[in-house]
Design a binder for this molecule. Sequence first.
Ligand code: ATP
Ligand code: MG
Length: 396
Amino acid sequence: MKEIFLLKLGEIVLKGANKRQFESKLRQNIRRRMKAYGNFDVYLIQSTVYVEPMDDACDIDGAWEACSSIFGVVSLCRCRPCEKNMDAIFNAVEEYLGDDLDCAKSFKVESKRSDKRFPMTSIAISQEIGGRLAEAHPQVAVDVHNPDYTVYVEIRDLAAYVHGPAQPGAGGLPTGVGGRAMCLLSGGIDSPVAAYMIAKRGVEIECVHFFSYPYTSQLAKDKVLELARLVTRYSGRMTVDIVSFTEIQEAIRDNCPEEFFTLIMRRFMMEIAQTIAKKHGCGALITGENLGQVASQTMEAMTVTGAVVDIPVFMPLVGMDKEEIVTIARKIGTLETSILPYEDCCTVFTPKHPKTKPTLGQVINAERNLDREALIQKALESVEKVTVKYHDEPGI
Ligand code: ATP
Ligand code: MG
């Protein structure tokens, strides 16, 4: 008998008037993600999404893995559906969870009855199934307060479902309900985590990367594209715009005081990113900036770099410690790629003594020998667009 997944919705349930729209977006996202794993039926009843394989060719483990990275799902479980009578429920628990139960020291049964037409209360269901299981597994103790293992029985409209403990979902809001934003993606640890965190709030992500060939290598570019691909596991497919930054960096090196190099460079990045963002319908920029991490990430430096843009700049890592950021990078699977030792364009032409408390006036003065508009125009003409997706299969 087959297995099906139940995905429980998180914050969406609290959304009041927008709930319908959020739910239908989530269902649509799950359907799209499941396409790569075979023929699945995806339907939503009472704030739970059912993901049901329709034939034997379905890749159940692949689909399960994918479901655990879909935003908007707070928890998920693999279950066995069965008929809504006590014999069928007991047999389903025995067949489907019997081995897990044998490995536990103690257990309890927890039941939920959302189909109120079912004649027994949830307490009575737990007592009867628990009693029958205790007889069948005399070596496993019943412990209703602090059990080693919990058997869940859910009596729903279409069927009864039995399952073991649920797994936490990816949380957040369904991709697409929060608009679209453009992340300035470097090859470091921070910016992929920043993209993930904003994606988690239901935002579609696009990325822009500044590339300084020949100062930075093809390998450095491939690394950034791989980081983008790893983020698409959560965010869905994205476009990465690769901007040639060499000429701008050389112009800064040749025409500006060294202590302002990084700040001026970052102002170019922000302005170019904003122009591309607006073209793509993105309503905000995202960076991996973190207060006090480096000289260009002081409040004064942020004022100077923020001055060239007029859309919000999201910095989800601004108040976090490095260790906290690394923990998320590890969890989402970007850390190993981020720590590969390729150079970034920020590390080329780094000033020995960067200005940590710049004023806007000083920086504008330091830029006076540059033709900003012409340099930006030329960089925009150099853009190479790459579409990045997690799998090669259609649908993701
Ligand atoms: P990261 O770990 O994300 O590289 P960082 O701590 O190295 O961050 P900086 O190099 O100062 O910090 O960059 C700050 C932010 O500027 C980055 O998080 C990223 O959003 C953006 N950024 C830096 N370099 C690039 C680049 N080459 N292309 C696109 N964005 C960049
Ligand atoms: Mg960096």
